[in-house]
Write a protein that binds this ligand. Structure first.
Ligand SMILES: Cc1cc2nc3c(=O)[nH]c(=O)nc-3n(C[C@H](O)[C@H](O)[C@H](O)COP(=O)(O)OP(=O)(O)OC[C@H]3O[C@@H](n4cnc5c(N)ncnc54)[C@H](O)[C@@H]3O)c2cc1C
Length: 468
């Protein structure tokens, strides 16, 4: 029996859509490309979602009003965002937690080490894996059918309407469909073509690591764009973090992130600094460092700290390279010792020490140094010293399908009646570039729920017509 609503994908956005559609009375089939043990996509790696609130609420302290959330988003995207869509996601973030709880998600106060986010981000107890598992359990209770190892290769469209999805030779029809199959971050060839060759003759994407699932290959994104669906975003824009160069190619997750950048300096392969490490709070800046490293020779950087930084950041899974002096550290990192020491000596000399406070945009900064370090600048002078080699870690890509407040896929500006999109596949409508921590899950939850509601409405309307 074919379902009312077909949901393609198995992460947060897909599950939110499936749950909403089932709650609205539709029969739902969810198709997840991954095997059961790897279900949940990038969502299973998450820790939190960003929530607006006007007063303290359960796990959130103080207030984080709509306007502040919007200004944060405006700043990180440099204006490359759609205000209507962004505000919709922001407002939805105020009220979604009760619904999430009803489906088994539990929240906890921020863990120590998750700096600055007690006010803005609600953390999932057990992380994204527990969230995803709770949603699958709830979906099962509501009668949602889930199939694993079910990668949809293409869909059939007639005059902008969804007709069927194909898995190999198998054709699955439904009255409506939600696409929530992630970005294209795991298609390394697509990344390679998108990033192209640089002025040094390198193919930068060859040195990228993928932080999340290997199943987000963008098969349907590419297919939909070929079918003429309206697009949004630039294929080189993505959430990209500087991660430990020793991380695995896929699924290294959160524990490979290197979070000590703002406490020290970062140099490239030539031993030179290339960006202000103390520009802003880390949750507002961590997602630009992948791109910054991608622009360096060999797509590699080195985060350098001294003993004063220890205990002030979430320790990554692999220990840093440790040395008792800076020249020894340079040697161990295989950097040119003279160039490295020149950079470090210049930096140490230029630090104007104020009152160091990592919870504030403090007054410790460099003077007369290019690039400047504008906050938390303290000389690196206390052994032992540590260095971490950094590679660009792609979290998710922003190229997606253009949509509107109804989450409908559009063909030449016309919204489809029964094909909807949610999550990474449309996050580019809100995120033209940049990122602020936790907004991926805010977007996926808001638009997953909208897409599920709309898909159920479209399907049930069609069923009523068929019965009439
Ligand atoms: C390490 C890491 C940490 C993160 N931490 C956070 C965080 O704390 N807060 C936050 O807001 N965001 C975080 N993000 C980003 C967040 O994961 C995404 O924004 C969000 O999960 C996207 O949800 P989604 O459902 O669109 O995609 P996903 O969760 O990736 O789900 C996509 C699903 O589609 C399936 N799929 C792909 N292609 C097909 C196909 N052709 N047919 C069928 N199924 C298919 C995949 O198997 C997968 O299940 C993090 C990401 C990573 C990688």
């Amino acid at each position: 029996m074919n379902p009312d609503v077909l949901v393609v994908g198995g992460g947060n956005a897909a599950l939110c859509a499936a749950l909403m559609a089932a709650e609205a009375g539709a029969s739902v089939l969810l198709l997840e490309a991954a095997p059961r043990e790897w279900r949940g996509g990038n969502s299973s790696h998450t820790r939190n979602l960003r929530c607006m609130h006007d007063a303290p609420q359960d796990v959130l302290v103080e207030a984080y009003p709509e306007e502040e959330f919007w200004q944060d988003l405006l700043k990180v995207t440099g204006g490359q965002t759609d205000e209507k869509m962004a505000r919709l996601a922001i407002r939805a973030s105020a009220t979604c937690r009760d619904w999430m709880r009803r489906h088994g998600v539990r929240f906890q106060p921020p863990l120590s080490g998750a700096l600055h986010v007690a006010r803005t981000n609600a953390f999932f107890m057990g992380g994204g894996k527990a969230l995803v598992n709770a949603y699958y359990r709830s979906a099962q209770r509501l009668g949602v059918q889930c199939r694993y190892d079910a990668q949809v290769d293409r869909i059939e469209i007639a005059e902008g309407r969804f007709v069927a999805a194909w898995i190999g030779q198998e054709r699955i029809t439904a009255r409506s469909c939600v696409l929530a199959a992630g970005g294209f971050e795991s298609d390394r060839e697509w990344l390679r073509q998108a990033w192209g060759q640089n002025e040094r003759g390198e193919w930068p994407a060859d040195n990228f690591l993928i932080r999340g699932t290997q199943f987000n290959k963008g098969v349907l994104l590419k297919h939909l764009l070929e079918l003429g669906a309206d697009r949004i975003g630039d294929p080189t824009q993505a959430h990209m973090v500087a991660i430990d160069a020793r991380a695995p190619l896929f699924d290294g997750g959160i524990c490979t992130r290197i979070d000590c950048v703002s406490l020290g300096v970062v140099v490239n392969r030539e031993g030179r600094r290339f960006y202000d490490e103390g520009e802003d709070f880390w949750p507002k800046r961590y997602a630009i460092w992948g791109r910054l490293v991608a622009q360096q020779p060999g797509q590699i950087g080195y985060s350098i700290i001294d003993a004063k930084a220890i205990g002030r950041f979430m320790p990554p899974v692999f220990p840093g390279v440790r040395a008792n002096s800076l020249p020894e550290l340079a040697q161990k990192l295989e950097l040119d010792v003279d160039a490295f020491m020149q950079t470090l000596d210049d930096y140490n000399r230029s630090c104007r020490i104020g009152s160091f406070d990592h919870t504030q945009l403090d007054d410790c900064r460099t003077e007369g140094l290019t690039p400047a370090k504008t906050h938390w600048a303290r000389p690196l002078d206390t052994a032992p010293f540590y260095g971490y080699a950094l590679r660009p870690g792609v979290t998710f890509t922003y190229l997606g399908l253009k949509t509107d407040e109804t989450a409908a896929v559009r063909f030449q500006g016309q919204p489809s009646e029964n094909l909807f999109v949610a999550g990474e596949m449309m996050a580019g409508n809100v995120l033209g570039k940049g990122y602020t921590a936790g907004v991926g899950m805010s977007i996926g939850t808001a638009f997953g729920r909208i897409a599920g509601t709309q898909a159920a409405r479209a399907a049930l309307k069609r069923a009523a017509h068929a019965d009439a």
